[in-house]
Design a protein around this ligand. Structure first.
Ligand code: OAD
Length: 250
């Protein structure tokens, strides 16, 4: 990891008035949850249009639920890693206003972050496609595939499938923040899925500075990113936050 990039990132964050973070699957990789793209990504094993499109879910819920139950086994046993903890600490320090996450694993909340906007919904709750009844994941028997409602309808996790809209409150709140933020920390996202990937561009147009943390460059890196910290989020974010803490104490 490049110390200089970490220092520059920390200076930008420490000097920021409204700092937000945009996170993606990469931030949970060190918690044991596979990302979608890249080496060992889920989309190498599954075709997203077959398992993550709402039409596929409606057509063949049994098949989609096979993948979902496999993922739930991993996600429900996963714990926040030092990257999640570092962002929670930054919020506690008063230096992070909100996290916009594309993840549905609730690990930011489990790490203690309070203001988390779940841009792609949440895996913690499910809705019956027939009668609309809501369920908590704790009340669903994941051994039954697909899980069903007391009315016999099929349950769908409240995650955004391809072909479904972003929850309106998440969209509005995220873009309102993107327009006001003066710093955006982008961590562990390939920045390929829109409209989430638009957030750093919108912020940049309003003059924000972009700090990016990723194992590898993304389309943001050569365009809007001001400081690129290459490496594992679980190592880099704690180092940045430690440096921010040092800066604001002195
Ligand atoms: P991706 O899987 O597309 O990208 C993960 C990114 O994290 C890649 O750029 C990796 O280089 C990086 N990465 C992997 N491990 C890392 C680590 N330890 N530290 C830092 N970076 C690491 O995930 P997203 O960008 O979140 O949508 O994907 C966006 C959306 O595509 C997801 O929300 C999901 C998917 O289809 C829906 O399900 C609607």
């Amino acid at each position: 990891m490049e110390d200089n990039a970490v220092k520059r990132a920390a200076e930008i964050i420490a000097g920021g008035k409204l700092v937000i973070a945009l996170t993606g699957a990469g931030i949970s990789v060190e918690s044991g949850i596979p990302a979608f793209r890249g080496a060992q990504g889920l989309w190498e094993k599954y075709d997203p249009m077959e398992v993550a499109h709402i039409e596929s879910f409606r057509r063949n819920p049994q098949k989609v639920w096979q993948m979902l139950s496999e993922l739930y086994q991993i996600v429900l046993n996963a714990k926040p890693n030092p990257a999640h903890v570092a962002l929670a600490r930054l919020e506690q320090m008063g230096k992070l206003t909100a996290i916009i996450t594309q993840n549905v694993d609730a690990l930011h909340q489990k790490a203690g972050s309070k203001r988390v906007i779940e841009f792609h919904g949440s895996g913690e709750s499910l809705t019956c496609l027939k009668c609309g009844k809501d369920y908590s994941i704790d009340d669903v028997d994941l051994k039954q595939i697909p899980p069903t409602c007391s009315c016999g309808g099929i349950l769908k996790p409240d995650i955004v499938f391809f072909g479904e809209p972003i929850p309106p409150y998440a969209l509005e709140e995220s873009f309102a923040l993107a327009q006001k933020a003066d710093v955006v920390i982008v961590a562990g996202t390939s920045a390929q899925v829109y409209p989430a990937a638009q957030i750093p561009y919108t912020a940049k147009q309003r003059g924000a500075r972009i700090v990016e943390v990723n194992l590898e460059p993304t389309p943001l890196t050569g365009s809007v990113t001001d400081v690129f910290c290459q490496g594992k989020a679980g190592q880099i974010l704690p180092a940045i936050v430690e440096e921010v803490e040092r800066l604001i104490q002195t």
